[in-house]
Write a protein that binds this ligand. Sequence first.
Ligand SMILES: [Zn+2]
Ligand SMILES: [Zn+2]
Length: 367
Amino acid sequence: MAYRVKAAVFYRPHEPLAVEELELEAPRQGEVLVRVAACGVCHSDLHFMEGLVPIASPSVLGHEAAGVVEAVGHGVESVRPGDHVVLSFIPACGRCPYCAVGRPNLCTVANRAMSRGTMLDGTPRFAKEGRPVYQMGAIGGFATRTVVPEAGCVKIREDMPLDRAALLGCGVMTGVGAAINTARVQAGSDVAVVGCGGVGLNVVQGAALAGAGRIIAVDVLPHKLELARQFGATHAVDASREDPVAAVRQIAAGGVDYAFEVIGRPETIRQAFDMTRRGGLTVVVGVAPAGAEVSLPAGAFLTEKTITGSAYGGARMSVDVPRLVELYLAGRLKLDQLISRRYPLEGINDAFDALRRGEVARSIVAM
Ligand SMILES: [Zn+2]
Ligand SMILES: [Zn+2]
């Protein structure tokens, strides 16, 4: 049985997404049909639209989604129709070496599916006039319905609003997780966050949740710095007006214990490294364009600085998502303030234009 769905389809870079009808195949073994409630508009989607990162095409973008299970394929045990779920773009297999050592965000099977834009068996469930249409992150969330792997579904409490739950699927998990899971920020330590968009704000709030002392927000847009203060930043540095490295070093007496780069540019990665103090940790969260390289002063390694990447906030989705839901419902995790605007699916290109102009922390497409 096939379903008719409405979806936003990417055909080629530098073109608007096409909102059109697609066919959606019923879930196969180990797969789940989800009615999408909301999907966040993320910079990673924009990277594909601007041709900075390659993706299979045509493809339904959207990887920050939540919804309600409508049907399950054979053998699905962890969710059933009616369950509310947050979707994970890394549907970890549970069996590869990375899963086995407790690093499911690095799962080889899920990452292969993600880069192909397919289910775990290598094929997508969307089609247009019989021809395959791929699914970003094994999700394809800019659609009224989608089919995802069972491992890509994280069941959540039904009193959690689904539009805010959607944000947990990428931006919040990536940002909060970079601070808590990847860096393991220590209470009282000093933190700098370079880039305060949707993900950077969540690094700020992750550092605040971990009890960091000074949290220095760095950006070039005053309204983002203002928002960062609302999310827990104690200091703000406008990098369009002063040298951010010198400013951070002055505020934190020689540098910070943890510097996070949340843009994905070689220059700002270097800045984050340079504002990290001796023995400190630089965490690169931003997604750099394909082929980008960064250069670092080799002498600095004598000071025992560490630099690392963070993928999906080091997420163990089945553990972390329910925890974030509890924190939100207890009033300790800010999600409402992240949502700058809401759009219908037909308005999706306007949402990306606003993101391009840096006007929004997060926009939500509500189905
Ligand atoms: Zn994302
Ligand atoms: Zn795995």
